[in-house]
Design a protein around this ligand. Sequence first.
Ligand code: C5P
Length: 368
Amino acid sequence: SPGVPRVCGMPLKYVSLVTLAVQNAALSIVMHYSRVSTPPALSYSPATAVLLNELLKGSISFIIALSRVREVVETPWHRKSLWGIVCSLPYPWTAPFWSLCGDIFSPDCWKLSIPAILYVVQNSLQFVAISNLPVASFQVTYQMKILTTAAFSVALLRKKLSSTKWLSLFFLAIGVGIVQIQTSSSSHTGPKHTTVGSAHDYHVHVMNPLKGFGAVTAACFTSGLAGVYFEMVLKNSRADLWVRNVQLSLFSLVPALLPVLYNSKPSNSQGFFVDLFRNFGGWAWATVAIQVFGGLVTAIVIKYSDNIMKGFATSLSIILSFLASVALFDFSITPSFVIGASTVLSATWIYNQPPGKEPTVLKGQSGK
Ligand code: C5P
């Protein structure tokens, strides 16, 4: 339909889902490498990365929101509120700027504080998880967020999932598990490595899988809850997506700043900014850049699709990263990959069948 936003002629909904799948595959590899390729004493601070992520995402969202502010409607002076008068200050950039500030600090902006805190916790847990688990194990366990997201969508958004959709979600999780188990077992076989870097890189960093699994499980809950909460706030009001994103980043700044301030040690300090950016090299910047980009795409996906579709996109990213390994690192396609990938693709197909057209064997109540 003409109202649907498009990129290069394709609906933004699908472009954003595919982009998210590629971004997800890239993030887990780059983030893992950025953490394990150096001994802990020489590694960068995750707290700095989380803070930079929010600062950059918030600034980009602010610029996009500013470019979208409509002309302030001309109302006669005597009918304007004090805020309206401030918005009409005589500089070309002032009116949109102040009008945007008015939107950002709207009375309902506090609603974003909940997903903001949850996302900061999640982004920090992600660093703990990925530093203590191999990429493949991290990815497979993180898929549990498909189920937590569905559960929170039903509880908070009152989405109705037919038994067919629930079944396809379980098959999705199982399919991802099969792909991953095969990926992890093949990653132990000598040169067939799933991640960048030499085997030597992995001996300098000691991993604690129990800690990693604990962190990833907690992150699945915050991911589901924060995503669904953000979707609820976004879809229950007319406020612009980018204004909501700025509000989200603003509320994230406080919890993101706390660990940075807590970690700064006055004893051997060389100044706040030097401490902040210690060991912050190219891989750390690449991690932050991919995260910022992912945050922006996630917001678009939540707006134009929903959190459950986001789960499908990220599962496809696992197949994508496997196929990339086949092309780049000489991986061979095994029967378990074919079974796992077919399960994921069938689950995606079944989930997306319109109600009434679902396979009869699985048919339950009406769809979402
Ligand atoms: O794993 P999951 O899809 O829940 O991760 C969502 C990521 O997207 C988080 O890193 C979060 O900070 C980011 N995000 C964002 N802006 C939004 C929604 C999510 O930056 N509006």
